[in-house]
Unconditional design. Structure first.
Length: 167
C-alpha cells in the first residue's frame, strides 16, 4: 500500500516528482491517448510510476470495465528484482503461457490473462538496472488463445522498444 500517491495529467509534472528518469513510449497504438500518470511512494523507499493511455470514452473504471483499450506502462525503482516465479502471483488473473523474450538488450517475459471484466490482458515485464518495467495492454485487443497465446507480443515489444527517457 503506498504511503503517498499523486495523480497527474502531464508527463512533465511526473518527471518533477519521480525519483528516477522516466521512460515514456514513443509508440502507443493509434487512438489511445495519455490519460494520467500515477506516482506512488512506498514505505520501503520504492517508487512506482504508472503511465496510463486509455481509449476515449469515460472514466478509468468505465474504460477498464467497459471494453475500452488501455496501455499501462509501469516503472518501479527497487533494489529487489521481481523473480520469475512471482509473476503468476502478481497478476490480476490466471497467468497463461509465460514466455522468455529479448527486450531492449535484456531478458524479459510475456504472458497473458483472461479477465472477465477487462477483456484480454497481455503483459511484458523485464528489468533494466534497478528499474522493473512492465508494459500491459488491456481490453478488447485481438484475442490470444491456446493456439496463439502470444498474439499481442509484437504490440508489447513495439511499445517497449520505443521507450525513451523523458527530457
Amino acid at each position: 500500500m503506498p504511503v503517498q500517491w499523486l495523480e497527474l495529467t502531464e508527463l512533465t509534472e511526473a518527471r518533477e516528482v519521480a525519483t528516477f528518469p522516466l521512460l515514456v513510449p514513443a509508440f502507443v497504438p493509434e487512438g489511445i491517448p495519455l490519460h494520467m500518470i500515477r506516482v506512488s511512494d512506498y514505505a520501503d523507499d520504492t517508487q512506482n510510476v504508472r503511465i496510463l493511455y486509455l481509449e476515449p470514452g469515460g472514466t478509468l473504471y468505465e474504460i477498464v470495465h467497459g471494453g475500452k483499450k488501455m496501455v499501462d506502462v509501469q516503472l518501479t525503482m527497487t533494489e529487489i528484482p521481481v523473480p520469475l516465479d512471482s509473476i503468476a502471483r502478481m497478476s490480476y488473473g490466471n497467468v497463461l503461457d509465460i514466455r522468455e523474450v529479448q527486450v531492449r538488450g535484456q531478458v524479459g517475459y510475456t504472458y497473458w490473462s483472461r479477465s472477465v471484466s477487462a477483456g484480454n490482458w497481455a503483459t511484458l515485464t523485464w528489468r533494466e538496472g534497478a528499474l522493473d518495467i512492465r508494459v500491459s495492454v488491456i481490453g478488447p485487443w485481438p484475442q490470444p488463445h491456446e493456439y496463439n497465446p502470444h498474439g499481442l507480443d509484437e504490440t508489447l515489444l513495439r511499445i517497449a522498444e520505443s521507450l525513451q527517457t523523458l527530457e
